[in-house]
Design a binder for this molecule. Structure first.
Ligand code: AGP
Length: 580
């Protein structure tokens, strides 16, 4: 997946776009490129392989004058990162230039058709064929028609922004990949998400599925794929540009961990009445999610089953189609921070086809998931830029808790979290220094903290590049114990509830084999049997997850920093995974 952006107005396009790409880099960062229409109407392109900072040292993007342009930051799917495969891509003559996010599934067949007609390709990407198709259709049609006809040939997913020599317009198309149009005063924007545009405007139209738009300096027109015009309403986004920026923190992740003191509060204020009615009506509930959101789903299951006695299945989004049996008696709760995760979107489309009702929990207004869902709960966590989900996870938890216990007020947790972060920061850093040379770290938990052990392990591995795996304490003896030897780190989540004695048993099992054990616990006594402990104070047993995840986020963050890794941009990953 990639980040794309377009600008038309009076400002220097390369400047606006360059800054925008920086904000979109979380979506992919193996190559970057910008194209601008110069004063003479001709298109200039500059691009290369590498992250923006690296490429900017070699390529002077700001050399390009012009007030209309497009930009791209890439996460490779078709063709490895290289100069040739970096976007923007062009037709044979360099007159049609575009950026694309998504995957054109029928590109091989289309490429052959174009090659037979004499088109020459410069890259291995699926995206380039779109420019050549526009070129082909331009032979007999005006530019809009040529663009529309080309888009109609594509199967798969696309968000495309295209410029054509001599045209003062941006041509846009969207299917299964996000694309948002931003309305400024005498200037217009488009991008994969709101963040690069917030500085200039708060008014947006998120494009719909299978939609085309033509954007000029003073506005935009929207069409379906048949070319019929559609009326669209703008929505207002309240996030400030500052909210979306780093604000003095060394990394977005550090900022976002701290912001939990606000975001948790916001999320506890979400109005769950309508969603709650839905939940009451259904006996069969399937939760669909990926990664961190899946762990929030496991928490939902715990709360609904254990506390509300309501049966819930939680299925990894990419597996849903193969194992689930949705029908009209099923309520699907789809959890996705971005609302754009392709695996989750495909799973809910499948569920919907079989008659299921869809309730979405997401952070992004107007995201794709909200268009498929029958009902949406926004978690209101504010923008999260770091690839590793932190504040959106605790916000997902808050929404899930609110859904389970609409009458309860848990919002004091947010203040506790603020104090907790400060109290344990140093200890977390100290532990990270001990973990940074480990080959593998095990996370064990039970009961209400089991999903937190999974989340701790995911956070740890994704940004430290050290293998981390979570097991239920009781599972150790069924296999993983053979991996425990002198010095192997085990992080044990030990809460003082019905699982307490059993967890102590698990700690003793690994200690006896020489493990270095760190406890995250609300029990002072545990200090005597482990090597290191982070003691948290938790007022209600039901709320352990909020208190136990904070040390794990901090340990993951500091281990990553200790190892010289940028936790905001872990290799091979991207913030929202818009390909299956
Ligand atoms: C979280 O730290 C990960 N980067 C990742 O697992 C993420 O939670 C997953 O890709 C799902 O994303 P979503 O919530 O936007 O659907």
């Amino acid at each position: 997946m990639c980040g794309i952006i377009g600008y038309i107005g009076d400002k220097k396009a390369s400047e606006v776009i360059l800054e925008g790409i920086k904000a979109l880099e979380y979506r992919g960062y193996d190559s970057v490129g910008i194209a601008v229409i110069g004063e003479d109407g001709k298109i200039i392109i500059k691009k290369d392989r590498g992250m923006l900072d690296e490429v900017s040292k070699k390529v002077d993007f700001l050399e390009m004058d012009g007030t209309l342009g497009i930009g791209h930051t890439r996460w490779a799917t078709h063709g490895p990162p290289s100069f040739e495969n970096a976007h923007p891509h062009t037709d044979c003559e360099g007159k049609v230039v575009l950026v694309h996010n998504g995957v054109i599934e029928n590109y091989l067949e289309l490429r052959e058709e174009l090659m037979a007609k004499g088109h020459k390709f410069s890259s291995e990407t699926d995206s380039e064929i779109v420019a050549h198709f526009i070129e082909e259709y331009r032979k007999n049609s005006e530019n809009f028609e040529a663009f529309r006809k080309a888009i109609n040939r594509l199967k798969g997913s696309y968000a495309i922004v295209c410029i054509i020599e001599g045209e003062k317009k941006l041509f846009l198309a969207r299917r299964n990949s996000p694309l948002i149009v931003g309305f400024g005063k005498g200037e217009m924007f488009c991008a994969s998400d709101f963040t690069p545009m917030l500085k200039y405007t708060k008014k947006f139209v998120p494009m719909d599925e299978e939609e085309i738009a033509v954007v000029e300096k003073d506005g935009a027109r929207f069409f379906n794929l048949r070319g019929n015009e559609r009326k669209k309403k703008t929505i207002e986004i309240k996030w400030s540009a500052e909210e979306a920026e780093r604000g003095g923190y060394p990394h977005y992740m550090a900022k976002e961990i701290e912001e939990q003191k606000y975001s948790i509060k916001e999320s506890f204020m979400v109005d769950v009445r309508k969603a709650g009615e839905l939940v009451k009506k259904y006996e069969k509930i399937d939760v669909i999610a990926a990664g961190t959101s899946h762990h929030a789903g496991l928490m939902l299951k715990y709360l609904f089953q254990k506390e509300l006695k309501k049966k819930v299945d939680v299925v990894i989004a990419s597996e849903y189609r193969y194992v689930a049996l949705p029908d009209k008696e099923t309520l699907v709760i789809a959890i996705s921070q971005s609302g754009e995760t392709a695996d989750t979107l495909q799973a809910i489309k499948f569920a919907k086809k079989h008659g299921a009702k869809i309730l979405a929990i997401t952070n992004v207004v107007g995201s794709s998931i909200t268009r498929i869902a029958d009902e949406t709960l926004y978690m209101n966590a504010g923008p999260e830029i770091g690839v590793a989900a932190t504040k959106t996870f605790t916000s997902q938890l808050a929404v899930v808790y609110k859904l389970a216990f609409p009458e309860r007020d848990f919002s004091y947790v947010a203040d506790d979290v603020a104090g907790l972060i400060e109290k344990i920061r140093e200890k977390a850093e100290e532990i990270s220094r001990k973990l940074k040379f480990a080959k593998s770290v095990f996370f064990i938990g039970r009961g209400i903290c089991m999903p937190i052990a999974y989340e701790g392990a995911l956070k740890f591995k994704e940004i430290s590049y050290i293998h981390g795996e979570a097991y239920a304490g009781g599972e150790l003896k069924h296999g993983p114990l053979s991996l425990i030897e002198k010095g192997v780190p085990v992080i044990a989540l030990v809460q003082k509830d019905e699982t307490y004695e059993k967890m102590i048993g698990s700690i003793k099992e690994v200690k006896a084999r020489g493990a270095y054990v760190v406890a995250i616990t609300d029990s002072e006594e545990i200090g005597n049997i482990v090597d290191d402990a982070i003691v948290v104070e938790c007022k209600e047993k039901l709320l352990y997850p909020f208190y136990f995840i904070i040390p794990l986020q901090l340990i993951a963050y500091y281990t990553s920093v200790e190892r010289g890794i940028n936790p905001d941009k872990p290799r091979n990953l991207a913030k929202s995974v818009t390909v299956e």
